[in-house]
Write a protein that binds this ligand. Structure first.
Ligand code: T6T
Length: 323
């Protein structure tokens, strides 16, 4: 860790008070959910923009799959290198608490981006996962509710739909499903939400699950793909079954592949998160912590809905994720 400690000692030796750590020496590590996902690639783009603006270094270290068993050794290696702060998208809200506590115990400030640990309310003295300093992310319950409203409008307020999701235990996708179901239950009593299909972040599995749901429910009216791979797979499944005319697909996330599916009519709407904004504010928040500022315990970032009406608009292009 370059560290505050070292520069404070140095400052003290020089008899200088209030001397801050040299900016060019600050190193923050961003640990994504996985390295090859356009969402996290875009988050890193925002993080690098903030690093450049601040004259600090941000490195990007992650696993190749969204899995706490694979993320933990990556995190342990990051802790061993002692960065000044860790920004991380924890891949499980319970299983990543103890690995992250090791960073905290080593004196490295932890900020979570995109996903949270514990109950997501940090620094309130309650719960095991209370120690991260801040959480920067989309409001995923609100996003799930938005998805439900777009779905309900498209299917005329009635019919069978299901959520294609990754696996339980991921804060973001759990909350999107929760918001989706709550909105349907409260406002669309004639929409029946079938059992969730879990795909382990595998788009091929999500596509074949659509075929199986269709076989059991020939009148299926819609699928909500709760993240990039779920939505991509749901779209491919619907297209493969030649059901695009009859089945509404609402996607969370907006890589180019999903935007292309909007243009071709396979996906009806995508709720684009603003991952670059998450990365940018994540780095700025870590920098503020490292330079002695107080920071909010949570920062909410926005959404942009992309559909056939605006997909070709110039000002939409910046919300399409980088690959
Ligand atoms: O939807 C994003 C992210 O918000 C979620 O936590 C995991 O999946 C994505 O990375 C998309 O693949």
């Amino acid at each position: 860790m370059l560290n505050l400690i070292r520069s404070t000692v140095f400052a003290a030796a020089l008899g200088v008070t209030g001397m801050a750590q040299a900016q060019e020496d600050i190193t923050i590590t961003l640990v994504p959910g996985l390295t090859t996902d356009a969402f996290y690639i875009t988050m890193n783009r925002g993080a690098q923009a903030a690093a450049e603006a601040l004259g600090i270094t941000v490195d990007f270290q992650g696993a190749e799959e969204f899995d706490p068993v694979l993320q933990t050794p990556v995190l342990d290696a990051v802790i061993a290198r002692q960065p000044d702060a860790i920004l991380i998208a924890p891949t499980d809200s319970v299983q990543m608490i103890e690995p992250l506590r090791r960073a905290h115990d080593a004196g490295i400030p932890v900020i979570t981006v995109d996903t949270f640990i514990g109950d997501g309310n940090y620094q309130d003295g309650a719960g095991d996962g209370d120690f991260p300093i801040s959480y920067i992310a989309s409001d995923n319950i609100a996003g799930g509710r938005m998805a439900a409203r777009f779905m309900a409008e498209q299917i005329g307020g009635e019919g069978k739909v299901y959520v294609s999701n990754v696996r339980p235990g991921i804060s973001t996708t759990d909350q999107r499903e929760e918001g989706f179901k709550a909105e349907m239950a409260e406002n669309y009593p004639d929409v029946e939400v079938l059992e969730t299909q879990y795909n382990e972040n595998d788009a091929s599995l999500a596509a074949s699950q659509f075929q199986a749901v269709l076989a059991r429910n020939p009148d299926i009216a819609g699928v909500f793909g709760a993240n990039l791979f779920s939505a991509l797979g749901a779209g491919n499944g619907v297209e493969g079954a030649q059901k695009s005319e009859d089945v509404t697909v609402i996607a969370f996330d907006a890589p180019k592949s999903i935007v292309d599916n909007i243009s071709s009519g396979v996906v009806d709407a995508a709720i684009a998160q603003h991952p670059a904004e998450i990365g940018y504010y994540g780095v700025v928040t870590a920098y503020a912590v490292l330079t002695g500022q107080s920071v909010p315990t949570s920062i909410g970032t926005g959404f942009t809905v992309i559909d056939a009406d605006n997909v070709n608009d110039e000002d939409i292009a910046k919300f399409i994720y980088s690959e």
